[in-house]
Design a binder for this molecule. Structure first.
Ligand code: GTP
Length: 431
């Protein structure tokens, strides 16, 4: 029997996803018509004998998460549970804390998936690869190739090319280590808990020895919760590398981080492309009396789209959205309940829940797509502001319940929720 754990973080995470993460936990943000972690769960549902998915995070349980879990359980017929950390325990602290729940039912192995990545996850291939390594293998990391320069912003692995053992692991190194980077998708055997236990106890010891006896307040537990923090990358992989227990399975299938709103638009494009093989029924088709569709487009069945609208490529139209006459949309996500009034044009943007874009208005952003001339280039995640304090061009994000008036241009801007705009804006954050 197998299990999967999805690490969703909590409210202090996903800051580069604001203002969209102010409305909804980032793991539930819809990409290609479905929440980010729906795609993880769907990938897990294709692994035979994967019986349970544990979502671990430090969000307070909330209606959106509960509803999502109930629906996903029904749809995929897999048990899914949310386990809440009492504080941020790091990328491995929650695994250790909830070890009894993870080990219930004696799973042979379990996947661990970061929620903030997207991809065509090769879980079955990882499983086969890991089994071939024999019983001494405790963990397999999914790796992919990056450019030399971009590798410095990821976890980097130097491997034995014959055995694929990870010989050296470095998290966001200052100098070049390897172009094989960590995708945030792992497969572990229960043996990993031995390593977690050793690290957990060592952290406690270190903290105990470090703690000044005078700082202990009677009746107050000086071993504060943060002492339980374990970071999978730094605390586990770095010491495990070279021990013969950690391996890397490298994929050349689509993979990206989803740190920013721009990355969500990028992920949207790729998940739509994957639908061509996996779910052609989810993609809109051209037909008499319906809007013109260019490339890959997802339209929620409850959306109303005028037949003269032109959509695509790479567009998602959410639940209950209204798209008026002559509207043009490309490379964009339109979220639930939004209204696009006649003849507006939306390019490289996200339009928030229940927002309205007025007639003949133009909402446009600038993508930070990977350089097509550089093999293995990943999405660029530029700094939000330039050295002179200006907002760097990126996709335009319209927060929820925003009114964009008629005949204005909103370019490379971020609009916070509940704004009534009254003119044109360029390269601005509208607070
Ligand atoms: P940054 O570039 O600094 O964001 O680092 P990173 O890419 O290594 O990401 P990070 O380690 O912050 O998070 C990786 C994944 O683990 C994300 O899906 C997070 O939501 C999740 N995560 C991070 N910290 C925690 C934590 O304390 N608890 C849980 N349950 N999940 C976490």
């Amino acid at each position: 029997m197998l299990k999967a754990i999805i690490l969703v973080g909590g409210p202090m995470k996903g800051t580069r996803f604001r203002p969209l993460s102010l409305e909804l936990p980032k793991p539930l943000f819809p990409v290609a018509g479905f929440p980010i972690i729906y795609h993880h769960i769907e990938a897990c549902s294709k692994v035979p004998d994967l019986r349970e998915i544990l979502i671990i995070g430090f969000y307070q349980p909330n209606d959106a998460l509960t509803k999502f879990i109930m629906q996903a359980q029904l749809e995929f017929q897999i048990q899914i549970r949310y386990l809440q950390e009492y504080t941020a325990l790091g990328t491995a602290g929650g695994l250790y804390h909830f070890r009894d729940q993870i080990l219930t039912g004696n799973p042979e192995m379990f996947f661990v998936m970061n929620a903030d990545v997207c991809g065509d996850f090769p879980l079955l291939d990882m499983l086969k690869f890991h089994r071939e390594r024999g019983p001494g293998a405790y963990g397999t990391i999914l790796g992919t190739e990056a450019t030399r320069q971009q590798s410095l912003t990821y976890g980097c692995m130097f491997e034995n090319k014959d055995t694929h053992e990870v010989l050296h692991y470095a998290e966001k190194p200052e100098t070049f280590v390897s172009t094989t980077i960590n995708c945030g998708i792992y497969l572990f055997t229960p043996h990993i808990f031995k390593t977690l236990e050793v690290t957990f106890k060592k952290n406690l010891e270190d903290n105990y020895n470090f703690c000044d006896i005078n700082s202990r307040v009677p009746g107050f537990d000086f071993l504060t919760p943060s002492k339980e923090v374990i970071r999978l990358e730094q605390d586990i992989f770095i010491p495990m590398a070279g021990s013969g227990k950690l391996f890397v399975y490298t994929t050349c299938r689509f993979w990206s981080q989803i740190k920013s709103a721009g990355a969500a638009v990028y992920a949207n494009r790729h998940y739509l492309a994957i639908y061509r093989d996996t779910h052609p029924e989810r993609l809109a088709k051209n037909s008499e009396g319906s809007p013109k569709i260019i490339g890959d487009v997802f339209i929620h069945p409850t959306a109303t789209v005028h037949p003269t609208a032109v959509l695509g490529p790479n567009v998602t139209i959410g639940r209950g959205v209204t798209v008026g006459e002559g509207v043009r949309v490309r490379e964009t996500i339109i979220l639930e309940g939004a209204t696009l009034q006649p003849h507006c044009c939306i390019l490289h943007s996200i339009v928030g829940w229940h927002s309205t874009v007025g007639v003949w208005s133009r909402v446009e952003g600038t993508p930070n797509d990977p350089n097509p001339n550089k093999p293995f280039a990943k999405l660029e995640i530029p700094e939000m502001f330039s050295d002179d304090g200006k907002l760097n061009p990126s996709i335009t994000v319209i927060g929820s319940n925003v009114q964009v008036p008629s005949e204005v241009i909103i370019l490379n801007s971020i609009v916070l929720p509940h704004k009534d705009l009254n003119g044109c804006y360029k390269n601005q954050i509208i607070l």
